[in-house]
Design a protein around this ligand. Structure first.
Ligand SMILES: NC(=O)c1ccc[n+]([C@@H]2O[C@H](COP(=O)([O-])OP(=O)(O)OC[C@H]3O[C@@H](n4cnc5c(N)ncnc54)[C@H](O)[C@@H]3O)[C@@H](O)[C@H]2O)c1
Length: 276
């Protein structure tokens, strides 16, 4: 008997990293999963995104927990595809209860790059992290409302969505701007959906052991950027959280144990945002 028996969750960026971990964790609690991932690279981003093979691996990990998963390729920047994919999943599984808007990128410029590159990084990070989050919730809310059973929307922000950390370049500033803006979406939705018992919260991870944080460019940036050193210095004695540490918070927010928690910015940050 799990805390999410019979429920259905929609997760973006599900092929690897935190998205995969959320899928496996929610499935272990009894949820079926509808998941999407781009499974392709974005040229302005400095590290590879997930692959179809990784998406297939997530599907089999969910199935190993005895749950069903529909995993599809979709770019969260493309609203029509996100909506069509989710609609098809809900038609198959019959309901929607939980939404994890998790897909994200963090493009960086380590040195001076042509302004065209920087502008492309800004456009892409806002497109994926911010517009992608809007597209995800916009596609999901009609299903949650129609279900009449309430629901839980969990938006993945970052410590960079709570404090001023992002450097000077378009990619870093776009990341910080997008993660702060996700809090604005959360607060408006929490107010507007409370009457339907649909809860909306953000999670704010510190650095997590995934490709986004552990790739050569990000490691170099963290070592050299004035913002970057402290980025990996949490007050608690841990430099990188594991994806499952974020999944624990997501599973809690998704569950009835959090049934009156909405409108909350929840740091999962080993004390990072509270430090002096
Ligand atoms: N890793 C960290 O240190 C860290 C810290 C704070 C917040 N976050 C946030 O956590 C979330 C998950 O990131 P992660 O750490 O698992 O990194 P990750 O790079 O391993 O996973 C991101 C996933 O999103 C997918 N994705 C990227 N663009 C997409 C698009 N346009 N459409 C659909 N899918 C897309 C990728 O293919 C990948 O599977 C992101 O929103 C990220 O900003 C990460």
């Amino acid at each position: 008997m799990g805390s999410l028996d019979g429920r259905v969750a929609f997760i973006t960026g599900v092929a690897r990293g935190q998205g995969r971990s959320h899928a496996v964790r929610l499935a272990a609690e009894g949820a079926d999963i509808i998941g999407v991932d781009i499974c392709a690279d974005i040229p302005s981003n400095n590290y590879p995104l997930a692959t179809r093979a990784e998406l297939d691996e997530t599907i089999s990990l969910v199935q190993d927990r005895g749950r069903r998963m529909i995993g599809s390729i979709a770019d969260v920047r493309d609203f029509a595809t996100v909506r069509a994919t989710l609609d098809a999943g809900v038609a198959e599984f019959g309901r929607l209860d939980i939404v994890c808007a998790n897909a994200g990128i963090a493009p960086l410029s380590l040195e001076q790059v042509p302004i065209e590159t920087e502008l492309a990084q800004w456009t892409d990070v806002i497109g994926v992290n911010l517009s992608g989050t809007f597209h995800t919730v916009r596609a999901a809310i009609p299903h949650l409302v129609a279900g009449g059973r309430g629901g839980s929307i969990i938006l993945t922000s970052s410590t960079a969505g709570l404090v001023g950390m992002g450097g000077l370049d378009g990619g870093g500033l776009g990341y910080a701007a997008s993660k702060h803006a996700i809090v604005g979406i959360m607060r408006c939705l929490a107010n507007n959906l409370a009457a339907q018992s649909i809860r909306v919260n953000t999670v704010h991870p510190t650095a997590v052991n995934t490709m986004m944080a552990v790739n050569p460019q990000m490691m170099e940036w963290a070592a050299n950027n004035p913002d970057g050193g402290p980025h990996l210095m949490n007050p608690m004695p841990v430099s990188l959280l594991e994806p499952r540490d974020i999944s624990d918070a997501v599973a809690f927010l998704a569950s009835d144990a959090a049934k009156y928690i909405t409108g909350v910015t929840l740091p999962v940050d080993a004390g990072f945002c509270n430090k002096l």
